[in-house]
Design a protein around this ligand. Structure first.
Ligand code: ADP
Length: 462
C-alpha cells in the first residue's frame, strides 16, 4: 500500500507542525515583548537614577564636574554623559565624561516611535535621555546620558536563539514521534485494506470471505465487525438471488418440458390417433396457464424488491367487509366476518386487498369446501390485527417457518394436486413488510391454520 500526503499519519504530523509553529510564535512574541520591555525599562531606571545624581550635584563649573566624574561609579566604557551649561548672555560651557566626545563623533540612527533608542554600526544600541533644568535667573542646564543596551541586546538574542533551537528540536523529534504513533495507530486499518485488496484479487473468491478483526483499537475492531456483518448480509442476498433464479428456472422448466412432450406426441401420433389431441391440448393449456401465473408472480416479486408503498389512514372495517363479500362469490367455503367497528389503520389499501385475497385463496385451497373461513379484525391500542382462520389441513411446525420462502410448497404429493406456484405467501409476506406490518401463522382450533397480521393503527389526528 503506497503512502501519500493524504494518509492520516501525514495529516496528524502536519497538524502537529502547524500547532507547534503557532504556539512557538505566540510564546516567542510574548517572551520577546516581556524581556525586551524589561531590559529597556531597566536601562531607563538606571538612566533616571544617574540623571538624579547628576542634577543633585548641581554641576555648573569645572571643579564640581571633575569631582562628580571622579566619584561617580559609572562605567565610562559604555555610559556617556554630556552637560551643557547655557547662560542667556554668556558663552555655552559643555562638560563631557570620559570618552564621550569621541563617542558623539559618530552619526546615530533613530526611529520615530523609539525616540530613546539610538543605533550606530560600531557602537551598537544605546539608551539616551535628555533633561533640561532652568533656574530663576534663566540659566538652562541640559543633561544628556547614553547607556549601552548591548548587553541587554546580547541577552535578548541568546533567549531568541534558545527558543528557536528548542522549537526546531521539538519539531523534528515531535514530528518523528507523532508520525511513528500515527503509523502504529493506523497499522490495523492498513492491514484491513491490504487484506480486503488480496481477497478481491484472489481468483477463487467465495461468498464466505471475511476480514480479520483486530482487538485494538476499538474503532477498527468495531469497523471490521460491522463490515463483516455487511459482507455476510450482502452474501446472503447474493445466495438468495442465485437460489431464486435457479428455482425459477426449475419451476419453468418442468411445465415447459411437459408442453414440449405433448407437442412431440401430437406431431408423431396426432394423425394416426387424433383422439389424443384433445387430451394433450388440455394439458398444454393448463401448464401454460401455470407458467403464466408463475411468471406474473415472479415479476411482481421482483418489482416489490425495490418498491415503496404510500401508507394512508384506511377504514379497515369497511375495506375488509367489501373485499370479503366480493371474493365470497369465487370460493365455496362460507366466509364469516368478526369485525370490530370503526377500525382504522395506516396502510396501503390496494396492497391490503392483495394480502387478504392471497390468504383467502390459500385458506380456500387447503380446506374442505363446506368448512367456514373466519376473518376477524380487532384493535388493541396501536395495533390492528387482521386474522384469516380456516378449518383445513393445517401446517406442521417445521413447515410454518418455511412457507413464506419463495417457491416453498408443503408436501409435494399434496401440492401436485393443488395448483400453486409456491410464491403466494412470499408475495403476501413482502406486502405486509411494505405496510410496516408483521405476519405470523399459528394453528387454528380445533383444526386448520390461522394467519395473523399486525398493522399499525391510524393515529387519532390523521
Ligand atoms: P402455493 O402456491 O403452493 O399455495 P404459497 O406460497 O401460497 O404457495 O403457500 C406455500 C405453502 O404453504 C403451500 O404450498 C401450502 O402447502 C402451505 N399453505 C399455505 N396456506 C395454507 C393454509 N391456509 N393451510 C394449509 N397450508 C397452507
Amino acid at each position: 500500500m503506497k503512502s501519500n500526503n493524504n494518509s492520516s499519519a501525514a495529516q496528524i504530523t502536519r497538524a502537529y507542525a502547524w500547532m507547534l509553529l503557532a504556539l512557538t510564535t505566540i510564546i516567542s512574541l510574548a517572551i520577546i515583548t516581556v524581556v525586551g520591555y524589561n531590559l529597556v525599562e531597566n536601562k531607563r531606571q538606571q538612566a533616571i537614577s544617574l540623571m538624579g545624581s547628576l542634577q543633585h550635584s548641581f554641576i555648573d563649573n569645572q571643579p564640581d564636574w571633575d569631582y562628580w566624574a571622579y566619584t561617580s561609579p559609572i562605567d565610562t566604557s559604555n555610559t556617556f554623559v554630556k552637560i551643557t551649561d547655557d547662560f542667556p548672555k554668556k558663552p555655552t560651557k559643555t562638560f563631557y565624561s570620559k570618552n564621550t566626545e569621541s563617542f558623539l563623533d559618530n552619526t546615530w540612527d533613530t526611529w520615530p516611535l523609539l525616540s530613546h533608542i539610538q543605533y550606530q554600526d560600531d557602537q551598537g544600541f544605546y539608551y539616551h535621555i535628555l533633561t533640561t533644568k532652568t533656574d530663576k535667573k534663566g540659566k538652562k542646564i541640559h543633561y544628556e546620558i547614553w547607556l549601552s543596551l548591548n548587553n541587554a541586546i546580547h541577552l535578548f538574542r541568546l533567549i531568541l536563539e534558545i527558543i528557536i533551537s528548542i522549537t526546531l528540536l521539538g519539531f523534528i523529534v515531535g514530528a518523528w514521534l507523532i508520525s511513528l504513533l500515527a503509523k502504529r495507530l493506523n497499522a490495523p486499518l492498513v492491514h484491513l485494506t491490504v487484506t480486503a485488496h488480496k481477497i478481491v484479487e484472489r481468483p477463487e473468491m467465495t461468498h464466505h470471505e471475511k476480514l480479520p478483526v483486530p482487538q485494538r483499537p476499538q474503532e477498527v475492531h468495531d469497523l471490521s465487525l460491522e463490515f463483516n456483518r455487511l459482507l455476510s448480509h450482502l452474501n446472503q442476498q447474493v445466495i438468495r438471488d442465485h437460489q431464486f433464479v435457479s428455482d425459477a428456472s426449475h419451476e419453468l422448466r418442468t411445465p415447459l418440458a411437459g408442453i414440449r412432450g405433448h407437442v412431440a406426441l401430437i406431431k408423431r401420433h396426432g394423425t394416426a390417433h387424433p383422439e389424443i389431441i384433445a387430451n394433450s391440448l388440455s394439458f398444454i393449456d393448463t401448464e401454460s396457464q401455470r407458467m403464466q401465473e408463475l411468471i406474473e408472480d415472479l415479476l411482481q416479486l421482483s418489482r416489490m424488491d425495490h418498491a415503496h408503498l404510500t401508507l394512508a389512514t384506511t377504514d379497515m372495517t369497511t375495506l375488509i367487509q367489501t373485499i370479503s363479500q366480493r371474493y365470497q362469490t369465487q370460493i365455496p367455503q362460507p366466509v364469516q366476518l368478526q369485525l370490530q367497528a370503526n377500525v382504522s389503520a395506516s396502510v396501503n389499501a390496494p396492497s391490503v386487498e392483495q394480502i387478504l385475497i392471497g390468504l383467502l385463496a390459500n385458506a380456500s385451497k387447503y380446506s374442505p369446501p363446506d368448512q367456514p373461513i373466519i376473518i376477524s379484525l380487532t384493535q388493541h391500542q396501536h395495533n390492528v390485527y387482521l386474522t384469516v382462520a380456516d378449518q383445513g389441513v393445517g401446517i406442521s411446525a417445521a413447515d410454518k417457518v418455511k412457507i413464506f420462502e419463495r417457491f416453498y410448497r408443503v408436501d409435494s404429493s399434496r401440492s401436485q394436486k393443488i395448483a400453486g406456484t409456491g410464491l403466494g405467501l412470499a408475495i403476501v409476506a413482502r406486502l405486509v413488510t411494505l405496510n410496516h406490518g408483521k405476519i405470523v401463522v399459528t394453528d387454528n382450533q380445533p383444526t386448520g391454520s390461522q394467519f395473523r397480521i399486525n398493522f399499525t393503527a391510524a393515529s387519532p389526528n390523521s
